[in-house]
Design a protein around this ligand. Structure first.
Ligand SMILES: [Zn+2]
Ligand SMILES: [Zn+2]
Ligand SMILES: [Zn+2]
Length: 237
């Protein structure tokens, strides 16, 4: 079971900031300053920035929307799995990275740098990455359905379906980190899904309220632009 947000100085269980974009927070017991990303995960912090930008986009002009998106950190959600193979040059066993960000690897046997596509096609790597994301999302769905047990008291807690990184135990106030129970990338994707669906609903509501239709399409185009430049291939479902 996870340790949650446990202060390394005093051992107290202290909550993350409500807005995980706030980079540091103080332990409520001993006032030690802690780094939000160390506990929430950098991906969750990055996703929060993208989500907030999407949620505000209907009230921005095009320049604000585009420049704001360009100032955001892209979400990195790397596939850490490796493909086992034999080096085509020397026959030594090699582990070929499946992370789409990587293009080459170096054989530990002969020391030669080689293109990953000679071992696994980019198309296969993209499919494997989608499978990984799908499985991580399914694991999060199962956690939401089952709830989570507190690492301190063992009590049962509900898990919200909004990508929040933490749950405060209703029995003992221990802070449970959901990223210790499922892949943090799944939490980041769930947070983005909430933002995207919320944006869609808000745009629809404004359209129903007889705003100019042309502007709605412009907003949605901007939203897709933001998603396109800040996210790699990503699976929200
Ligand atoms: Zn402390
Ligand atoms: Zn080799
Ligand atoms: Zn508890």
């Amino acid at each position: 079971m996870g340790k949650g947000v446990t202060c390394p100085s005093c051992g107290g269980s202290t909550p993350l900031p409500d807005d995980v974009r706030v980079p540091t927070f103080d332990c409520t017991f001993c006032r030690t300053t802690l780094q939000t990303a160390d506990f929430a995960g950098q991906g969750v912090v990055t996703a929060e920035g993208i989500a907030r930008h999407l949620e505000g986009i209907l009230d921005m002009n095009a320049q604000e929307a585009v420049e704001g998106a360009q100032a955001l950190d892209p979400l990195e959600d790397r596939n850490h799995a490796m493909h086992d193979a034999s080096c085509q040059l020397c026959g030594a066993p090699v582990k070929v990275p499946l992370a789409l960000e990587e293009k080459v690897f170096t054989c530990g046997g002969c020391g030669k740098e080689q293109a990953i596509v000679r071992y696994v096609s980019d198309e296969d790597r993209a499919h494997l990455d989608m499978d990984r994301q799908w499985e991580e999302n399914q694991a999060l769905d199962r956690l939401i359905a089952s709830g989570v047990s507190c690492g301190r008291c063992g009590g049962h807690n509900a898990v919200p379906d909004d990508g929040t990184p933490q749950v405060i135990c209703v029995h003992c106030s221990n802070v449970i980190l959901l990223g210790e129970h499922v892949a943090p990338g799944a939490l980041a994707r769930r947070r983005l899904r909430r933002a995207v669906f919320g944006l869609r609903d808000e745009a629809q509501a404004r359209q129903d309220a007889a705003d100019a239709t042309g502007r709605i399409f412009a907003w949605l185009f901007l939203a897709f632009f933001v998603v396109a430049i800040t996210l790699a291939a990503i699976f929200l479902e």
